[in-house]
Design a protein around this ligand. Structure first.
Ligand SMILES: [Cu+2]
Length: 333
């Protein structure tokens, strides 16, 4: 009887999981918490924040607030005209040293466990190499070995740049209006569903449910490759290779940004990622590496937008066109 109930429950859960709409993992207006988690990395970060840090922070805030209120009310000049001259209290001093140390230890143990978990994956299914530069990202994929290739053949790679999509700069160096940016994005992504300042000309495409090793580096200054919903944030440092990993659990569109203040166009190096099924990923990789098109046109050819942006709302543009977005840019470009 019990096993039938479990089977029914499993079937319903599986059905619900399959019918979940492919969604876009993106920032929303007036958001307070994290974006929904879409990787085991982010699930653990959520748990660490929600089930440990939040309780400790809330307790400390309430305690300090009550302590302050007590001091203000009980020991102000009117209520306590003759103040005590006490200077030391051994017990109190031990307590206010030991308790914070204890709190830090309680935080440190799960925190280190989490850091090691996020550090690397033992069994990567694939590797994505990421290089940051002013102002964009270079992605390198390793291609599967050609049939009949010798074991010691150097693996072929697919390498491309991803740059923010926005309206071309005016002759006087000013940027376009939000509407002009959207018009530019609409050339790549149909139905106004592209996100301003978050879309790149060539997106990343990754398969879901695979352990992906991520290696970051940079060509000029320090950048940081970050996708909030995946719980990935890794500094990209010139002359150094940093490692992390991710396993995307939900198909959909993911957005991130460079998270290291890296110069004048720091805000113009977003990250856009399509997480697709393994079969779709293979089709995209062979299209993009086989000379059938660039990474974006292969996304269009394979109709990822129709499938993965189905439930994404069209971009809303502020009604005013006089918004002074015409920021002057530096002479270095
Ligand atoms: Cu950067």
């Amino acid at each position: 009887m019990k096993s039938i109930a479990i089977r029914i429950f499993a079937a319903v859960t599986a059905w619900l999981a399959c019918s979940l709409p492919a969604m876009a993992f993106e920032p929303k207006p007036a958001e307070l918490g994290f974006q929904p988690a879409a990787s085991p990395n982010m699930v653990r970060l959520h748990a660490f924040h929600d089930h440990l840090l939040m309780y400790i922070i809330t307790g400390i805030v309430i305690f300090v607030f009550l302590l302050l209120a007590w001091v203000v009310i009980r020991y102000n000049a009117k209520a306590n005209p003759v103040p005590s001259k006490t200077t030391h209290n051994v017990l109190l001093e031990i307590v206010w040293t030991a308790v914070p140390v204890l709190i830090l230890i309680i935080i440190a143990i799960p925190s280190f466990k989490l850091l090691f978990y996020l550090d690397r994956t033992q069994n990567p299914d694939m590797t994505l190499k990421i290089a940051g530069y002013q102002w964009g990202w270079t992605y390198t994929y390793q291609l599967p070995p050609a049939e009949g290739a010798a074991a010691n053949t150097e693996p072929q790679t697919l390498e491309y740049n991803a740059l923010v999509i926005r309206a071309p700069k005016k002759a006087d160096g000013t940027l376009g209006t939000p509407e002009e940016d959207i018009a530019e994005i609409n050339k790549y992504i149909p139905e106004g569903k592209g996100r301003r300042l978050l879309e790149t000309d060539n997106p990343i495409v990754l398969p879901v449910e695979k352990n992906i090793q991520i290696l970051t580096t940079a060509n000029d200054v320090i950048h940081s490759w970050t996708i909030p919903a995946l719980g990935v944030k890794k500094d990209a440092v010139p002359g150094r290779t940093n490692e992390t990993w991710v396993r995307v659990t939900e198909p959909g569109i993911y957005y991130g940004q460079c998270s290291e203040i890296c110069g004048i166009d720091h805000s113009a190096m977003p990250i856009s990622l399509y997480a697709v099924t393994s079969e779709e990923y293979d089709a995209w990789l062979s299209c993009a590496s086989g000379g059938d098109g660039d990474p974006r046109s292969c996304v269009q050819k394979l109709d990822f937008d129709a499938k993965y942006r189905k439930n994404q709302k069209a971009h809303e543009v502020a009604s005013t066109t006089t918004q002074p977005n015409a920021q002057k840019t530096g002479a270095s470009e």
